[in-house]
Write a protein that binds this ligand. Structure first.
Ligand code: ZN
Ligand code: ZN
Length: 557
């Protein structure tokens, strides 16, 4: 194991603090700054190296976009959103500026999607195909989720969607891509083995090693081991739980606990989970069947994702009532509900249940049980507590991950803890490791773990850093400046600087109100906003609009 002084380098970066480094610079693209030289270099990435650019997903949870370049060709892996610190509503989500990406790489050969979580696909509807145009490759389940969003955006007909099977292979330019089955908290998550003449990089995507995932088979470690045998140049790997010594957990544990809860509670049981967590919803359906309860789903995202999984034959929802209103008239002990709203979102089903004003939903009160089958994103504790307060006041038993009675597991993480990460490293045996998908603390913890697992070199990058990976190591080439744009659900893309989203009632220059361009307004000052404005982007504002986020806050669950 050779550290080659990487650790101090990474530590030095850590000392810059958690702030997004993008904030630190706002160069103009007309200048002759080192940035421009990097941009020119990017277009000519050498044949003997693979260039990796983590455009997002470093130093924060969310906005996972990673560029891979080889021999002048480029693919993007995932295009997700992040959530602004200011959650007052002026900006619903953040995305990297697609125009800056286009300037950096010229043309993209493909977007390849690892799975259907918001932090991996949430930006597609705002960006593709009009601001960035290329084929979008995804699994059948992810394709269904992307199609629905593009349809709502009115751009589905223009999009070039291509589907790959879990465990399949396809080629994009010089990239031979193999998709590897993983377990996670959404169906059909895959890792990507991206092979080029310069070597193969394993991009893990989000994963855990669930031995009994209930939908699909366990993570395909045999294929990962075989890739290790053949020799992996590098691994770009999920760091979400790199600081946590977690036991290996399984969806089967949650299913078994739900069975116990559904069988033992005398009143209505409601289970609240993410809309993408199809397996969790189906575990509730299983528990309802065994306890003689009728069950329904409340929440648009949940209903859409489970319907897509049913259409693809991943699950069978025939025992789920068509509407929650169909539970009316049944005894409380005979009914159950799965709902969305785990983060306390005001418009989600859980908040409606709590308010008790939606007559289509069963009333919850004394003797009824609510299972919060999710974790709370740091920062959302108050919202969740606010939603739960009236339910608790009415005597509803609320079971959460932290206060469920002994032996009951109401939630398990979808990400590998340290032991599972080590297992992944020991099967893949990459020469070099680039930790992604985490805060600085997660990335640093993962880097140390990777070194312990035998990686020759580990590099904790920063957002926009251009990393050339070759047989001789990982070489930072510089950084590209990718400003962050705010996304407002009613107005599409608007300009934002860093993660400092515009506050409500603080109109930006040239806009009549946040996110809504004023007709005839002059171009906002690019240097002030840090966002080069183009015709494309402006047209994007007006044409790709009116998109409602289905799941207001995705969490790496
Ligand atoms: Zn995920
Ligand atoms: Zn993720």
């Amino acid at each position: 194991m050779v550290l080659r002084g990487r650790k101090p380098r990474a530590s030095a970066r850590a000392s810059r603090g958690p702030a997004d480094p993008i904030r630190a610079q706002a160069p103009t693209l007309q200048s002759t700054s080192p940035l421009v030289k990097v941009l020119l270099r990017l277009r000519g990435a050498r044949a003997g190296e693979i260039v990796v650019v983590p455009v997002g997903g470093l130093g924060r949870i969310g906005m996972n976009w990673t560029l891979y370049g080889h021999d002048g060709r480029w693919i993007l892996v995932d295009a997700g959103i992040a959530f602004p610190e200011d959650r007052s509503g002026a900006v619903d989500a953040l995305i990297p500026d697609p125009e800056a990406l286009r300037r950096a790489v010229g043309r993209l050969d493909a977007l390849v999607v690892t799975h259907a979580h918001e932090d991996h696909v949430g930006a597609i509807q705002y960006v593709f195909p009009r601001l960035l145009s290329c084929p979008i490759w995804a699994t059948p389940f992810a394709t269904a989720a992307i199609s629905r969003r593009l349809e709502e955006a009115g751009t589905l007909a223009e999009a070039d969607l291509r589907t790959f099977p879990v465990g399949g292979a396809f080629r994009v330019g010089p990239f031979a891509i193999r998709t590897i089955r993983l377990t996670h908290s959404v169906p059909e998550a895959v890792a990507l083995a991206i092979a080029t003449p310069a070597g193969t990089i394993l991009h893990t995507g989000d994963f855990k090693l669930d031995p009994t995932p209930l939908i699909g088979a366990p993570t395909d470690l045999a294929t990962i081991h075989a890739l290790g045998n053949a020799g992996l140049l590098a691994m770009v790997c999920d760091s979400t739980n790199a600081t946590r010594d977690l036991p290996v957990t399984s969806e089967a544990q949650v299913r078994d606990s739900l069975r116990k809860i559904f069988a033992s509670r005398a009143g209505t049981v409601a289970v609240c989970c993410f809309g993408t967590n199809v397996v969790r919803a189906m575990s509730a359906v299983d528990a309802a069947g065994l306890s003689g309860r009728q069950i329904a789903f409340a929440g648009r995202s949940l209903r859409a994702h489970t319907a897509a999984a049913d259409e693809l034959g991943l699950v069978d929802t025939q025992d789920v009532l068509a509407e929650p209103a169909h539970l009316q008239g049944l005894d409380r002990r005979e009914i159950a509900l799965v709902c969305t709203g785990t983060q306390g979102e005001e418009n989600a089903a859980l908040a409606k249940l709590a308010r008790g004003t939606d007559r289509r939903l069963p009333p919850l009160g004394l003797g009824d049980t609510l299972v919060m089958s999710s974790s709370v994103i740091p920062g959302n504790e108050e919202e969740v507590a606010r939603v739960l307060k009236p339910l608790r006041a009415r005597g509803v038993e609320v079971l959460t991950q932290t206060d469920a009675p002994d032996g009951l597991v109401v939630h398990v993480s979808g990400h590998a803890g340290r032991a599972e990460l080590a297992t992944m490293h020991r099967h893949a045996r990459p020469r070099f490791v680039i930790p992604v998908h985490g805060t600085e603390a997660h990335l640093q913890a993962h880097a140390a773990l990777a070194r312990d697992c035998g990686a020759e070199d580990v590099l904790v990058g920063v957002t926009g850093e251009v990393l050339a990976v070759s047989a001789s190591g990982i070489k930072p080439l510089g950084r590209i400046e990718v400003p962050i744009l705010g996304v407002q659900r009613d107005a599409g893309v608007l300009a934002a600087r860093g993660s400092r989203a515009p506050k409500p009632n603080a109109p930006k220059p040239g806009a009549s109100k946040p996110g809504v361009p004023k007709p005839g307004a002059s171009k906002p000052n690019a240097s002030r906003l840090g966002t080069p404005k183009t015709g494309n982007l402006r047209s994007g504002r007006t044409r790709q609009r009116g998109i409602a986020l289905q799941e207001a806050r995705h969490q790496p669950n």
